[in-house]
Ligand binder design. Structure first.
Ligand SMILES: [Zn+2]
Ligand SMILES: [Zn+2]
Length: 441
């Protein structure tokens, strides 16, 4: 009988364990439905920093940006049936909460992770990763189908040719709509949101119009008391005035890849205007090429700032004097967009015709590749085309003019070519029979 009892107890215990396991699993997948949620990872900041891939001196901005990226990457809606990603999603939001709370962060800075551990044991540490997600991206914290989605926002950012050539981490600002942090998107100062008394929470009202005695027309209209939301707020949030969202200048960091194409687009998924009513659309940034600003974009005064770009190739116009073009023996140091020097030149005796174009391999734009500057990839470059413009002197010192004249006279007779004779054109204008003998002019 005793054995029997023990067997039952064992069976009961294992059943109990299965229930516990199921509950754990449920917690990972649906923490939304649990009133409180215990941390899965050791909530010390050391681990937290590692989870978010940050260094100890990470700024608030870096912290937010790391959360933005990783939470989207591991969101369960994007990784269905992937438990590792789902656990990672929970881990990332926990790490962010631990680090974004100034109190717990300062405890960590002062007392290290043991201090933080003690604080955790004193309470707190419960949170919902989907709530946190919706505070960043709006909606209900989910991407699922049927969830309304906000508009994409298009932004054009001017990038100098120098930054296209070298690649650059930069930033830009735009007026983004955020979920009001003051009221957490409720619109209410005290957190109280009432069901609208006029429409009973439906957001619509049926209005009866009397057309004639005994004849009515029923018209459905949006409830004007609550604006169709079905909810009213007595004490409006002072920060957003009850609108639940606020628009404010927002800085976004932007990575311009080496050799990125002109007008190429960088998409920030779900980074457009946020709202409690929808999941934020995408912020789409177009990399436009801007005119070079002499002071701001060209501290090293490199010629490359004024290169013109076409695809992967660059174009430049170099001025030569008559002597240089004709006699040779000249050189130029052209400074490229990263400051390196491209040498142009001709030996003595090498004539260069006006309008001639030199094609210089590997001195064009870096050719964009998804591996970029990784050690597994060698960047290739387009061509640089240099067109020569020859400028004739329009004034000569009188002594110099005489010398040149004498020189010409001396050689004209001996080896000069009469281009007019060579052309085979007649010596005199052809007489016009109708008009008589007249010059063209
Ligand atoms: Zn507010
Ligand atoms: Zn109403």
């Amino acid at each position: 009988m005793l054995h029997h009892g023990a067997a039952w107890l064992l069976l009961l215990l294992s059943l109990f364990q299965i229930v516990l396991c199921a509950e754990d699993y449920y917690k990972v997948l649906h923490p939304h439905h649990r009133p409180s949620y215990m941390a899965l990872v050791d909530p010390n900041a050391n681990v937290s920093l590692k989870v978010l891939g940050l260094k100890k001196d990470a700024t608030d901005k870096q912290l937010k940006s790391a959360y933005r990226q990783l939470s989207k990457k591991f969101h369960p809606d994007k990784n269905p049936n992937d438990e590792t990603a789902q656990a990672k999603f929970v881990e990332v939001s926990e790490a962010y909460e631990a680090l974004s709370d100034p109190e717990s962060r300062s405890i960590y800075d002062k007392y290290g992770h043991d201090g933080l551990k003690q604080r955790r044991q004193g309470g707190g540490g419960h949170h919902d990763p989907f709530d946190l997600f919706s505070r960043f991206f709006g909606g209900g914290g989910h991407y699922q189908r049927g969830q309304p989605r906000g508009h994409n926002v298009e932004v054009k950012v001017g990038i100098s040719l120098r930054d296209f050539y070298n690649g650059r981490e930069t930033e830009f600002q735009w007026d983004k709509q955020h979920i009001c942090e003051e009221c957490g998107g409720s619109g209410s100062a005290d957190g109280v949101v009432d069901t609208c008394g006029h429409c009973g929470g439906h957001g619509i009202r049926i209005v009866k119009h009397q057309l004639a005695p005994g004849m009515f027309q029923q018209v459905q209209t949006q409830c004007d008391a609550c604006g169709g939301r079905g909810k009213t707020i007595k004490h409006k949030c002072p920060a957003c005035g009850g609108a639940r969202v606020v628009r404010k200048p927002t800085t976004v960091s932007l990575k311009v890849d080496r050799g990125a194409a002109r007008d190429s687009r960088v998409v920030y998924e779900n980074e457009a205007d946020a709202s409690p009513d929808y999941v934020a659309g995408d912020l789409v940034v177009t990399l436009a090429e801007k005119e070079p600003e002499l002071e701001a974009d060209n501290p090293d005064h490199v010629d490359g700032t004024f290169f013109r770009r076409k695809g992967n190739d660059l174009f430049w116009r170099e001025i030569l004097s008559l002597r240089e073009a004709w006699m040779g023996d000249w050189s130029r140091n052209l400074t490229h967009l990263d400051g390196h020097v491209v040498r142009l030149g001709r030996e003595r005796g090498q004539v260069l015709q006006p309008g001639h174009v030199d094609t210089i391999a590997n001195e064009g734009m870096p050719i964009w590749h998804e591996d970029g500057d990784s050690v597994y990839h060698t960047t290739e470059f387009g061509k640089l085309f240099v067109e020569y413009v020859v400028v004739l002197p329009d004034q000569l010192e009188s002594g110099m003019e005489k010398d040149f004249w004498a020189l010409w006279q001396k050689w004209r007779g001996k080896v000069g070519v009469d281009l007019h004779k060579d052309s085979g054109r007649p010596d005199l204008p052809i007489p016009d029979s109708a008009e008589g003998k007249k010059d063209e002019l």
